[in-house]
Every structure is written in C-alpha cells, then in structure tokens.
Design a protein. Sequence first.
Length: 128
Amino acid sequence: MSGKIAVVTGAGSGIGRASALALLNNGYKVALAGRRKDALDETAKLAGNNTPNAMAVPDLTKQLQKKGEPVIEGVAITGSGVFETLKEVARLVLAELKKGDSANGNADIAAAKAIKPDIAEAIARGER
C-alpha cells in the first residue's frame, strides 16, 4: 500500500480514530482531521511505529505554508453539504492549477478526474 494517502475526519476519537489507525497499520500516510488537536496528537501517538506517517491537519497546514504551497480548506457541518463543499474545494484547486503553467495544458482536467470525474468532463466541455 505504499504511496497511499488518506484524510480521516473525526480522527480524534471513536470510529474516526479506529479508521485512522487501521489505515496507518496498512501502510497509508494519514492526515488526521478533527476538532481537538490534542485528541489528534493522541491518535498519532497510538499509531506506535507508524506515528511518523500520521499528521494532524493543523501541523500539515503549517508545513505547507512554510513551503509556500497553497492551502485550501473546506468545512461541512454534521454531514450536511459535504458534496457541495468538495465541489467548491475542487474549484479552488483548479483555480490554483490554472495560475501556474502546466506542462501539457491538461493539469486541471487530470486533477479534477482525481477528485470527481463529472467535474473533469464539465471542464473539458468548457462548462466550468
């Protein structure tokens, strides 16, 4: 499973924590998302030898900012609006990609395919 990356919400407790630990034990690098940083740090500690592959989202954000990478955040409360939030994040990612020079001019479509195939098709048709 090397090279696999996951983002787990609610990683500070319960099912989210169990999911994060299971992914870490199966070779994933995991971004730990949740409301309480102390709980996320505890999840990382519980990963044992896999602790270097776990990082709380606030720490990940700081590292990206130090490198000058764009950081895009999306928030959905209690499951409401998750799909709409993901679509908006995809739009922001695509806008960032369009700012740079892509080698083949299709980086935005490739990125969208990774996020949501129907968005990629809409971009290819010039609808987004």
